[in-house]
Design a protein around this ligand. Structure first.
Ligand SMILES: NC(=O)c1ccc[n+]([C@@H]2O[C@H](COP(=O)([O-])OP(=O)(O)OC[C@H]3O[C@@H](n4cnc5c(N)ncnc54)[C@H](OP(=O)(O)O)[C@@H]3O)[C@@H](O)[C@H]2O)c1
Length: 494
């Protein structure tokens, strides 16, 4: 996609709002450091952190340093890179809702930046309840206004974007008073993952898959996300959102859109996002009958506590830590093909994968000699250990005709002799280069909420009680029931 644009040669200031937080420390600074090590940041860049916590410059830099890794510059040179990077990291404490705090920040930045035009990237790494007040204070301070048409100001906003369609629309409207849609980069970090980006290449750069990528050949699709940990210290945040808003409405639905959309007219931000929106508009709102929700209880050994015993989670919480949903796509390509989405915490493994199950072969000529044929299946594993596997029937070598389901597999680590970048590296690079293809456009966000908003509203107004499941199990029983009703098996949910 086009990577050059006006102002690309100017100095760059990256402002991390919420600089003391988990995301900033674990993801944003390490990703910026990785880009710096590879020479991918503009020569003249500075990073400014802002949060309420009191910290001096050395304390701030020590905190950042703890998470920097030297994978791009192994060996002795790393310390030099770290020192050079940390010298460009600055911190100023302030209040997110205070225009004065942002005016102070502006003054501080100008002292460091010096004279002349500067591009500015604002990263909102604060809880979603703070986004808007921080953006308003930022706007009121004049920090966003461009001095000349060569400069740009961009804002990066993290999910979740609102709690439902109405609150999301309100957030979009209010944020547009400060940043235009073109300057707004709504991150879904799953879109920055290598293998998720590869979905379009797999489909549209290979001749063999596209002709069979439809209801005639594909029987069912499952998209699974499992995490072995509970919510830990993030219970307060999680309880206000639940697993559907935290994982399904964004990460899993984005994967579904890339898997199922039509071929874009071009490989650029507008054409790709147009096709995703068109696809999402063909997904009818989810019905309550096609949803199963769960909440983890304690582990059988008693070592792991139940969700409602986690710190800051109310003891009568009805939040779902597991959800399964079956979506349909009402268009000629996919009509009748069920898409099973399953996401849960405190489960038996860490996995995120797509399983595409093809229809069985008709007129099985081997049935008499070798038993039942198994249908082809493609597994796209997003994490851990990125891989693409295609399960096909093969003859087992030998004198009789024995057939076996075997795998053609592409394991990224074995196939590519290269470092797999973290999703945040890729996405931050795209923001700097002005490439919006991997970010969620406002109409795409609205279409995604249309699928989930009504059912979330129903679940909350009817106070639907999620089914308890033991910590570290494979998922609640009601999810298996829902899966079976639609022709999926337990294996589709592994
Ligand atoms: N962490 C992740 O891996 C991750 C992944 C995907 C998306 N996200 C999203 O990224 C954003 C930031 O996540 P995070 O995990 O970094 O959040 P966080 O650590 O909970 O919060 C970031 C900073 O915001 C300030 N803050 C926290 N609670 C606040 C409150 N109630 N009022 C005012 N300020 C408060 C704190 O800084 P001060 O007290 O110093 O002001 C904190 O260091 C969120 O929208 C989250 O949903 C996070």
């Amino acid at each position: 996609m086009p990577k050059t644009e006006p102002g690309g040669d100017l100095p760059l200031s990256i402002v991390v709002v919420g600089a003391s937080g988990d995301l900033a420390q674990r993801k944003i600074y390490p990703a910026l450091f990785a880009l710096f090590c590879q020479g991918l940041l503009p020569a003249n860049f500075q990073v400014f952190g802002m949060a309420r916590s009191a910290m001096d410059q050395p304390g701030f830099r020590t905190k950042i340093e703890q998470n920097l890794t030297c994978r791009y510059v192994p060996g002795v040179s790393c310390a030099e890179f770290e020192a050079a990077f940390l010298k460009r990291c600055h911190y100023l404490a302030g209040q997110y809702s205070s225009t004065d705090s942002f005016l102070d920040l502006f003054q501080f930045m100008r002292m460091v930046e010096g004279e002349g035009p500067v591009n500015r990237l604002f990263y909102m790494a604060v809880p979603p309840t703070i986004f808007l007040e921080a953006a308003n204070a930022l706007g009121n301070s004049g920090l966003v206004a461009c001095g000349s048409s060569r400069e740009w100001s961009r804002i990066v906003v993290e999910k979740p974007f609102g709690r439902d369609r109405a609150s999301s629309d309100g957030l979009v409207r209010e944020m547009h008073k400060v940043f235009t849609e073109e300057s707004t980069y709504r991150i879904d970090h799953y879109l920055g993952k290598e293998i998720v980006q590869n979905l379009m290449v797999l489909r549209f750069a290979n001749l063999v898959f596209e002709p069979i990528w439809n209801r005639q050949f594909i029987e069912r699709v499952s998209i699974i996300w499992k995490e072995p940990q509970g919510v830990g210290q993030r219970g307060g945040y999680f309880d206000g959102f639940g697993i559907v808003r935290d994982v399904m409405q964004n990460h899993l639905l984005q994967i579904l859109a890339l898997l199922a959309m039509e071929r874009p007219a071009r490989f650029d931000a507008q054409a790709v996002r147009d096709e995703k929106v068109r696809l999402l508009r063909c997904v009818p709102p989810l019905a309550l009958a096609n949803v199963a929700t769960g909440q983890y209880g304690p582990s059988e050994s008693g070592k792991q506590r139940a969700y409602v015993e986690e710190p800051t989670v109310p003891s009568d919480s009805l939040a779902s830590t597991y959800a399964a949903a079956v979506l349909e796509i009402d268009n000629p390509r996919w009509k009748g093909v069920p898409f099973f989405l399953g996401a849960g915490k405190a489960l038996d493994s860490q996995v995120n994968e797509v399983r595409i199950r093809f229809r069985p072969v008709e007129n099985d000529i081997f049935a008499a000699s070798s038993g039942m044929l198994q249908a082809n299946e493609m597994v796209i594993r997003i994490q851990p250990d990125e891989a693409i596997e295609l399960k096909i029937m093969n003859k087992v070598p030998g004198l009789n005709m024995a057939l076996q389901h075997t795998e053609l597999d592409l394991h990224y680590k074995a196939a590519f002799d290269t470092l797999i970048p973290d999703a945040y590296e890729c996405l931050l690079m795209d923001v700097i280069e002005g490439d919006r293809s991997l970010f969620i456009r406002a109409d795409e966000l609205a279409a995604a909420w249309n699928v989930f908003s009504p059912v979330l509203n129903e679940i909350e107004t009817q106070k639907v009680v999620p089914m308890r499941y033991p910590f570290s199990c494979s998922g609640p029983e009601n999810a298996l029931g829902l899966a079976r009703k639609w022709g999926f098996s337990g294996a589709d949910m592994m």
